[in-house]
Write a protein that binds this ligand. Sequence first.
Ligand code: AMP
Length: 299
Amino acid sequence: MADVIILGSMALDTIETPFGKVERVLGGSASYAAYAASFFAKPAIISVVGEDFPEKEKNVLLERGIVLDGVKREGKTFHWEGFYEFDMNEAKTIKTELNALASFTPAVPENYKGIQHIFLANIDPSAQLEVIKKLKNPGLIVMDTMNFWIEHKKKEVLEVMKHAAILLLNDGEARQMFQTTNLVKAAKQVLALGPEAAIIKKGEHGALLFTKGHHFNAPGYPLEEVKDPTGCGDSFGGALIGCLAKAKKHDQATLRKAMVYASAIASFNAEDFSLQRLKTLAWKDIEQRYQEFVSMRNF
Ligand code: AMP
């Protein structure tokens, strides 16, 4: 049985970075997050794809043991088009074609009920609220979002936050959400809304963890080859919830370790386009990079 639910987008992405361009490749927050989580746990996706979604991409996820019973198929697949300039920390959106995502009402299959680790990855906050409602008795909820939804549906994003135990945002989104330049102040506002932890991702510079009375930061991995950072945030979130599901706890020490594993997986993801690098990743690569993180912090 699966032990992590991942709600998010499944997409065909068109991406240009200074190192190349790919068209209509597998992407979406749920695809990245589930693949990343699968190194630690057994994920089950809730999402929607179109009739045009290639069978071979579906098989990439199935072969990894990812459960797709909660993935609907209707209309056209969500298509995101973006580019990065030399500052690869910031994705610039050219086009967001929501397609099937626009009218998507998520359903929670019977065999997902009872799963205790939920990742509400980046998707319409109305869909996130719907899943919370349908789960009735959800366990640990980790939530992510993005600037698009903060801009268009801030009220709903705030509502979802009240149900989350752990909130993930990147630094730009935290500033946008809480109208402050100061990340410590933004994190305080998150904690005042209800979550026990706020994790603020800072792209290549790592991630900050704020809980009541504690602060931790995981460094970014000094990567020499960054081809495409798309999905780094999602794979960070997926790896994080996967680690927490594996540990079956989320105390301070577990959260810190999970953040370092999540940073390791996210750094691998940036090494190639789409899910290419995650597909070739072996457990020993992850463990080796985790140990490098440990020694990077040794002084
Ligand atoms: P990340 O780089 O981790 O922030 O996420 C990149 C992924 O998010 C891409 O694969 C996109 O398909 C997906 N994405 C982009 N815009 C949206 C959106 N508005 N809602 C949900 N997913 C999106």
